[in-house]
Design a protein. Sequence first.
Length: 102
Amino acid sequence: MPELKWKAAILTDFQQARQEVYWVLRPPLVDCLSAQTEWYPNGTLKRLILRQGEIEPPVFRIEGLIEPHIYIHLAVAESLLRRSFTGIRVQRVEMEAPRRMG
């Protein structure tokens, strides 16, 4: 996904005289919160519900949230889970119920 933005972070271990370069993902912010999303009084997320419709970027953050989570499309999750990555937790996100016509 060449359109994603990354930022280099250099971590230094002075005791072992080593430096490692890590790349931090900076995904785009997407305005996709449903009006049904629930909040705690302190402004943190209680129940996340996303609006129905197409969310374009396959990797993104949600605009308006304090929490720094990164959200991904199902296809990206499936691809990550086929590899031996560690430190990743995948959790399903609730979507608005489709509106019925008629």
